[in-house]
Design a protein around this ligand. Structure first.
Ligand code: NAI
Length: 459
């Protein structure tokens, strides 16, 4: 008998397994592919490894801005890919070791939920039954590939985030369908290496949920570097290596590439592992279709002893959300009071410059009818930013509640905002006011000081 069975070894599942193991629970973790899930094997980590290689190359190309002259800067794409594979192997190895350290039993097989009885929940894998008092479902998500006419016939020209990472050769021309996070990170990577990139996005802006001003700035930066953005453009079909779309005036247009990346969102993995044998309740979309496992703030489903965390819940599909949700589930299994809060979930886009934000955007604050003020400063108000970002653009914005002057949101463009965002996360999670934030001593000289500087600029 196990205290906890976990289905899925991504950042939801393996972090929960670590926490549960550390607390002395007897844990079995089922993973049919590789520990680390999408994040480690075909998402966050491999993309960040490739993007960093491209950044180093970019430094070499632009070394003269800093007085450094690199003769004929060059890169080897296959070495980018092999380094990416090496990093993934190393980190997967790290998780394996951690599982061992926390005495988590890892079953590298497909799990199937059989049902629930007085003894517990039975999960089978490779002909063996495992019975546990609690079950945590962290089965993740997969890329949505809409049934565009001609898509099947296009064959391996079509790639998602998974196949594009395995390419052995750099595409000369890339068409990206969907200018969201995945689309923009790959567009940024390949355009840095000289691939001709076109982004076809149906909305009027890239990076939909992000602050409007920041996504417009980022689009401007990449448009100057040669990315062709087709906004308000609806894809109507694929003809071989050509994407057919309607422009805002309804004119039929075509754009070709040797690869076509489909990055139009992800959907929760809800099928094929026996959820129906438990009768787990789902969240439904407007059309009445299930989009995720329904959970409460303790990550409990409608079935006693059954929890869910991560992308399978169908919202906030981010690795760090999944990990925290997994922790909340484990704490509740342990009888510790804990609940999931979504008001301070950070979001980062690893373009160059990076975009990072946490809390409400102006648009969201408006939609919620909150009385707020926006205060913003160019990143150039940070000495360290100026020292390290020759000609770099950037902005820091803080959204502040008018009545209590509480920090509601912080949104930034400029390197290395992914690294300094944690300060803003703490301010929002800790419900700090702008005055409390101003009293914090930030290290000097760091780009993080821009947050404090921006706070002080509100009269
Ligand atoms: P997304 O939801 O971020 O963006 C999809 C985009 O495709 C949207 O802008 C949407 O308007 C557009 N779109 C949808 N259908 C379209 C069509 N038929 N034609 C043209 N455009 C269309 O989804 P994405 O980029 O696939 O990412 C999936 C998930 O992975 C997200 O939840 C994201 O948060 C997560 N992720 C996070 C990363 C990070 O934190 N840095 C990196 C990569 C992914």
């Amino acid at each position: 008998m196990y205290d906890l069975a976990i289905i899925g070894g991504g950042p939801g599942g393996y972090v929960a397994a670590e926490r549960a193991g550390a607390a002395g629970l007897k844990v079995v973790l089922f993973e049919k592919k590789s520990l680390g899930g999408v994040c480690l094997n075909e998402g966050c980590i491999p993309t960040k490894t490739l993007l960093y290689s491209a950044k180093v190359y970019n430094y070499a190309v632009n070394g003269d801005h800093y007085g450094v002259y690199v003769k004929d800067p060059a890169y080897k794409y296959e070495e980018f890919v092999s380094r990416k594979d090496k990093v993934v192997r190393k980190l997967v190895g790290g998780i394996k070791a951690a599982m061992k350290g926390f005495k988590v039993e890892v079953v590298n097989e497909s799990a199937m939920i059989q049902g629930r009885s007085a003894e517990g929940i039975t999960v089978s894998a490779a002909g063996t039954d495992y019975v546990a008092r609690n079950l945590l479902v962290c089965s993740g998500s997969e890329a949505v590939v809409p049934p565009f006419p001609g898509l099947k016939e296009a064959g391996d020209v079509i790639v998602t985030n998974r196949e594009i990472l395995a390419l052995k050769e750099q595409p000369k021309e890339l068409v990206v369908i969907g200018g969201g996070v995945i689309g923009m990170e790959f567009a940024a990577f390949y355009s840095t290496l000289g691939t001709k990139v076109t982004v076809v996005e149906m909305l009027p802006k890239i990076l939909g949920p992000l602050d409007d001003e920041i996504s417009t700035m980022l689009q401007g930066i990449y448009a100057k570097r040669g990315i062709n953005f087709c906004l308000r453009c609806k894809v109507t079909g694929i003809e071989g290596n050509t994407v057919v779309y309607e422009d805002p005036e309804g004119k039929v247009c075509r754009v070709s590439g040797d690869k076509i990346l489909v990055s139009v969102g992800r959907r929760a993995n809800l099928q094929g592992f026996g959820l129906e044998n438990l009768g787990v309740e789902m969240t439904l979309n407007k059309a009445g279709r299930p989009v995720g496992i329904k959970v409460d703030e303790k990550m409990r489903t409608n079935i006693p002893g059954v929890y869910a965390a991560g992308d399978v819940t169908g919202f906030s599909m981010l690795a760090h959300t999944a990990s925290r949700e997994g922790e909340v589930a484990v704490n509740n299994i342990l009888g510790k009071a804990d609940r999931m809060r979504y008001n301070a979930i950070p979001g980062v886009v690893y373009t160059n410059p990076e975009v990072a934000g946490v809390g409400l955007t102006e648009g969201e604050a408006k939609a919620k009818g909150i009385d707020f003020t926006v205060v913003k400063l160019p990143m150039a108000y940070s000495g360290r930013f100026v020292a390290e970002n020759e000609g770099g653009e950037g902005i820091c914005k803080i959204i502040v509640g008018k009545k209590y002057r509480e920090v509601l949101g912080v949104h930034m463009l400029g390197n290395p905002c992914s690294e300094i965002l944690a300060a803003a996360c703490i301010a929002i999670e800790g419900e700090m006011t702008l005055e409390q934030l101003k009293e914090v001593v930030f290290p000097h000289p760091t780009v993080s000081e821009i947050i404090k500087e921006t706070a002080f600029s509100l009269k």
